[in-house]
Design a protein around this ligand. Structure first.
Ligand code: G3P
Length: 233
């Protein structure tokens, strides 16, 4: 069960990577454009910071670009291609070369079948965009997962286009191996009103205990270390 961040915002990625809970990053041309940065500068900074898996989307000359990126960023590069005839051809060639490939813009199980036959490491169904178009995105994850399970396919499902926290757990529940999400959704995963309320009570009780201990110090015997001190009693 892996968590990827779906962004090209390096400072935000690095901040969350420090939690030890982030397993990778996915980017695409829109996210790179939003960052206002050169894509390879972004990949380089992420690679140097130790991000273990970075999806780098190729648009033109997909095979040539994919080979170049995988040499430039060995160990961390996953080449991202669209689910088109050219994209899947590139997927096959690159996968045969031993390069990890993420086939993106997946909207049904048929596309996921083609991607797995082309040797994809990951397929990325876009849950939010399916929902936008009145198709239940989670159902698509479920059907890909069932096909892969029945057929013993090794390609992993990387659920993408995640718009709310609920979809994260439901994606995993429906068979996704990885969920990639905007940083805001990751931050939202920590939150629950009952956690906040519970913490408030624990904090108040902790403070009250501390002040009472200061007013009535614990007898010295309780401060003795086990072992030597206790043996002497
Ligand atoms: O990983 C794909 C993702 O970036 C698309 O998300 O919200 O634009 O559909 P969204």
């Amino acid at each position: 069960m892996k968590i990827f961040l779906d962004t090209a915002d390096v400072p935000t990625i690095l901040k969350h990577f420090e939690t030890g809970l982030i397993d990778g990053v996915t980017t695409n041309p829109s996210l790179i454009r939003k960052s206002g940065r050169d894509p390879e500068d972004v990949y380089r900074e992420l690679a140097m910071a130790g991000i273990p898996d970075i999806s780098m989307e190729v648009v033109e000359d997909m095979i040539g670009e994919g080979r170049r990126l995988s040499k430039e960023f060995p160990y961390v590069c996953t080449v991202k291609v669209p689910c088109t005839p050219e994209g899947l051809k590139a997927c096959k060639v690159l996968s045969d070369d031993g390069v990890k490939v993420n086939v993106t813009l997946i909207f049904n199980a048929a596309q996921a079948i083609l991607a797995s036959k082309a040797g994809a490491t990951y397929v990325s169904p876009f849950i939010g965009r399916l929902d936008d178009n009145s198709v239940a995105g989670l159902e698509v994850v479920r059907s890909i997962s069932e096909v892969y399970r029945v057929q013993g396919v090794k390609t992993q499902i990387l659920a993408a286009s995640i718009r709310d926290v609920y979809k994260v757990s439901r994606s995993f529940w429906n068979g996704a191996h990885i969920v990639t999400m905007p940083p805001k959704i990751f931050e939202g995963m920590y939150n629950h009103i009952l956690t906040d309320k519970g913490l408030e009570i624990f904090d108040a009780d902790y403070q009250a205990t501390i002040s009472r201990s200061k007013a009535f110090p614990i007898p010295e015997i309780n401060n003795r270390k086990p072992g030597k001190d206790l043996d002497a009693i």
